[in-house]
Design a protein around this ligand. Sequence first.
Ligand code: IMP
Ligand code: MG
Length: 188
Amino acid sequence: MKILLTAEQLAEGISRLAQRVRDDVGRRPITVVGVLTGSIVLVSDLIRRLEGPVRVSMVWASSYRGATTTPGRLELRLDLLPDLAGQEVLLVDDIFDTGRTMEALVKELRCRGAKQVRSLVLLRKQGRSEVEIKPDFVGFDIPDAFAVGYGLDYNGAWRHLPYLAELEPADIHEERDSQIDSDGDSGT
Ligand code: IMP
Ligand code: MG
């Protein structure tokens, strides 16, 4: 795997993002809405740098199917959301690729009476957007490659890496072999 962003670079980027959010929202309470599962590491680091009152909630979105790196049909689950009426909402996702996930979620959250919905992503892939909306806060622009680590996965693997890496073909083979081993059905 090729390292795209080290743990130190990510930490600096998140501090910058937190500062920009507070410059914009001021000391008012922020309701952070993280997008499961990719944003878990980002949300936990970001909320600890957002000085001032913060509430946290999660929604779930998925547009990937198993062992592919191309988006499929978007599925959303919003049933864990608290009442958002009058809230300053900050929607937090790991990456803005086509933008379809963020577009759909911003629309859903606006319908729930939030005072304002801002969007934040750690990463934005260059030249991939298919939507009109732009995230309000972007940590890093990255090349159009499949990224893993710091919450981002390939087929469920590598979310735990403390850095961000570019997935290479050899890594896909390694991940597939480990799946077969752990399923215990590699016995040919
Ligand atoms: P979008 O709807 O195309 O913008 O896709 C956003 C979602 O797809 C993110 O929340 C991620 O879960 C996933 N995704 C997009 N690109 C990558 C990637 O390079 N690595 C891992 N997940 C990705
Ligand atoms: Mg996601």
